[in-house]
Design a protein around this ligand. Structure first.
Ligand SMILES: [Zn+2]
Length: 317
């Protein structure tokens, strides 16, 4: 079964809901970054949440970034999703090994105390940035708190990743339930009763429940209606051209230092860990391109100044 996200409504549109199955994409992220179990859990929960939150956005080019920063050994996680089911992401420290806490992976311990940031880039001048303190570092609780405080939307978030003894991903997924402003007390009571009887996300995933079946459990007796289904993938948009552009934008000193080291350069994409290699002659070529670009900018500026001076002259006549 491939990874996918479903959108749904319930209780006469008083509730909106999202659920995801994300085992394959979390496994792909794990392999790309060679993450240990705790980090796979943190990264997998973040990737799943970002995909569901990304699917809440309207624009084709909108991007949602989830950034967790903490003082624990993992230090942080950054993931970026679009509105069409694509996500990429990484942890600052991919291998952290902590003892189990109450028989579970200690994600909160790996992350420590810190903040969670949600950045929505919707093509406006300034992106929207919402930020709250981490509550537990277990991510689902932190997002529930974020939605309540930063977006004033009462929500319930459940996220889970199960890791095999060989570190591969057994299951991954989750859900987000949100109450609309006109939600009645009856609906809230029913939802609270459902959630208090709900098995953990990991146990529902272990039982092989699909996203639709998870929502049926969370929203039992509340007239669930699935409204959309979308495939989900781990996908990075890095390219050799992009890496070249970032190398060209280095300072003269940095470029000269790299060239004088006389060793081939390997640049890795932070999001997908793909390696891009540059030989010294290629680095020299990039430096040449940088010099040319600078000369062209200078020439264009001179021409513009001349043009303005001509205009001024004509005016004075
Ligand atoms: Zn990449």
């Amino acid at each position: 079964m491939g990874d996918y996200i479903v959108r749904a409504t319930a209780a006469n549109e008083q509730v909106r809901a999202f659920a995801i199955t994300s085992k394959n994409l979390v496994e792909e992220a794990r392999k790309a970054h060679n993450t240990s179990a705790e980090v796979t859990a943190a990264l997998g929960r973040s990737l799943s949440a970002a995909l569901m939150m990304g699917s809440m956005m309207k624009g084709e080019k909108d991007l949602l970034t989830l950034r967790l920063q903490g003082d624990g050994p993992m230090r942080g996680v950054t993931v970026t999703a679009d509105a069409s089911g694509h996500v990429k992401g990484f942890a600052l420290q991919p291998r952290v090994d902590l003892p189990l806490k109450n028989g579970k992976l200690d994600v909160g311990g790996a992350l420590g105390n810190g903040i969670i940031q949600v950045i929505k880039d919707m093509g406006l001048k300034e992106p929207y940035v919402g930020s709250v303190d981490l509550q537990t570092g277990e991510i689902a609780e932190d997002l529930t708190y974020y939605f309540a405080v930063s977006e004033q939307t009462p929500s319930s978030v459940g996220l889970g990743v199960l890791v095999n003894p060989d570190e591969s991903v057994m299951e991954a997924g989750g859900f987000i339930i949100q109450l609309m402003p006109e939600t009645t007390d009856e609906t809230i009571d029913q939802l609270e009763a459902n959630i208090s009887n709900l098995p953990s996300v990991t146990s529902m995933l272990a039982d092989g429940l699909t996203p639709e079946e998870i929502l049926e459990k969370v929203l039992e007796g509340m007239d669930l209606e699935i409204t959309a289904r979308m495939d989900a993938k781990f996908k990075c948009d890095c390219s050799r051209e992009r890496v070249e552009r970032s190398l060209i934008s280095l300072s003269d000193e940095d470029l000269d230092e790299i060239i004088s080291d006389d060793k081939p350069v390997e640049v890795r994409c932070q999001f997908c860990n793909k390696a891009y290699n540059f030989t010294i002659p290629e680095m020299k070529e990039l430096k040449e391109m940088r010099i040319q670009a600078r000369e062209e900018r200078h020439k264009a500026r001179q021409e513009r100044i001349q043009e303005l001076q001509e205009k001024q002259k004509n005016k004075n006549k």
